[in-house]
Design a protein around this ligand. Structure first.
Ligand code: CP3
Length: 349
């Protein structure tokens, strides 16, 4: 038995090691579609109260693990919290999502952003990871995350909804030096935050670049890849790093070049094609369309099985969605999705 075979299934699969069955977890597996989440949220008085309280954050992190038996627990936090630590005002409004009432608008605003010592300013995230780990079975992987610099800049300049990205794109094209100062600052904060999460027990980290898929492959190469690369380089490879770009099939090749151990596959591309092109180089997570979880459980199971069949047991696969669970999703659909891998393992074709 090699040393790494003690690692959780999910960690091994992301590293493309052989595993006895396909692991499964879902982005946004904790959240408003779960009634037990609503109970804790009410008790905390809101999203931020919950994220800042390690006991409550651990509780909602563990809820989907207990209910569904997923192979990973993604720490309950948010990609925007480091912006608050840098001095930006941040609120989460019911039914509206995040609000940053004073978006960055000038070089002076960028220069006014503070540095972050995660052990002090984001200590609650570290504590949430420790409390979660204590309540988690050894075979379930603990997942940390951060926003990638471009997506963080998109929120910081837009006030809460990047939309078409006009604010950031104006800065990026017309005031490139200020854009670069902002990206530079974000890279330091994000790499430190990820390192702190690994030190606090994260066994996998996800870098979410939700908004970078809006760019052409050429602009991604010029304006985004160097900064994402800097975060990866600064973090090093203490744990597998999973890269996500929403609507990002056109930049997958660049994510592979940047050195991610694994990537999230866009759901519009058949996963077999993604494996044919990139399966020799990276782990591949995905790639059910999140909206398919609105279907009946039997249909969800059929679609999950179709993905498993298309991958055909090639190493490096993690069954998941192409993006997060929608809040209208019925928990039974998630249960059916998870059951698909257990049933496939019980009766291999
Ligand atoms: O299970 C998990 O994934 C829990 C941890 C988690 C949250 N946000 C909790 C959350 C994670 C990994 C995130 C990442 C995140 N946050 C991303 C990147 C991934 C993606 O979805 O593209 C982004 C872009 C954000 C920013 C953000 N936070 C938005 C746009 C919103 C509002 C929209 C929404 O889905 O509600 C949030 C709020 C938020 N973050 C909620 C949760 C559970 C809902 C808050 C609530 O309970 O009111």
């Amino acid at each position: 038995m090699t040393e790494s075979s003690h690692d959780p299934l999910l960690v091994r699969a992301l590293r493309r090691e052989p595993v006895p069955r396909t692991p499964v977890w879902l982005m946004r597996q904790a959240g408003r579609y779960l009634p037990e989440y609503g109970v804790v949220r009410k008790r905390a008085g809101g999203f931020l109260g919950m994220a800042h309280d390690p006991e409550l954050a651990a509780e909602v992190t563990l809820q989907p693990v207990r209910r569904f038996g997923v192979d990973g627990a993604v720490i309950f936090s948010d990609i925007l919290l480091p912006l608050a630590a840098m001095g930006m005002e941040l609120r989460f409004e019911e039914g509206r999502g995040p609000v940053l009432p004073q978006p960055l608008a000038s070089g002076a605003d960028v220069d006014a952003l503070g540095g972050v010592d995660p052990t002090r300013d984001l200590a609650y995230v570290g504590e949430s990871l420790r409390v979660t780990r204590a309540g988690l079975p050894d075979e379930v992987a603990l997942i940390g995350f951060a926003g990638a610099p471009f997506t963080m800049a998109a929120y910081a300049t837009s006030g809460g909804n990047p939309g078409a990205g006009a604010a950031l794109r104006t800065l990026m094209y017309r005031d490139t030096a200020v854009y670069e100062r902002l990206m530079q600052k974000l890279c330091v904060v994000l790499a430190d935050h990820l390192r702190f999460q690994v030190q606090s027990g994260a066994q996998i980290v996800v870098l979410f670049d939700t908004w970078a898929g809006q760019l052409t492959a050429e602009d991604y190469r010029r304006y985004v890849a160097p900064w994402t690369g800097r975060v990866l380089e600064s973090l090093g490879t203490p744990v597998p790093r999973l890269g996500f770009v929403r609507d990002g099939a056109h930049v997958t090749e660049q994510l592979v070049e940047l050195g991610f151990e694994a990537i999230v596959a866009d759901w519009r591309t058949p996963i077999g094609e993604v494996f044919d092109r990139f399966g020799h180089a990276v782990g591949i997570q995905g790639n059910l369309d999140p909206a398919v979880l609105l279907a009946e459980p039997d249909e969800v199971k059929r679609r999950a099985r179709a993905i498993l069949d298309e991958v055909g047991g090639r190493p490096g696969h993690v069954l998941s969605l192409g993006h997060g669970v929608l809040k209208q999703t019925h928990p039974d659909a998630v249960a059916a999705f998870v059951a698909a891998v257990h049933e496939a393992a019980a009766s291999p074709s």
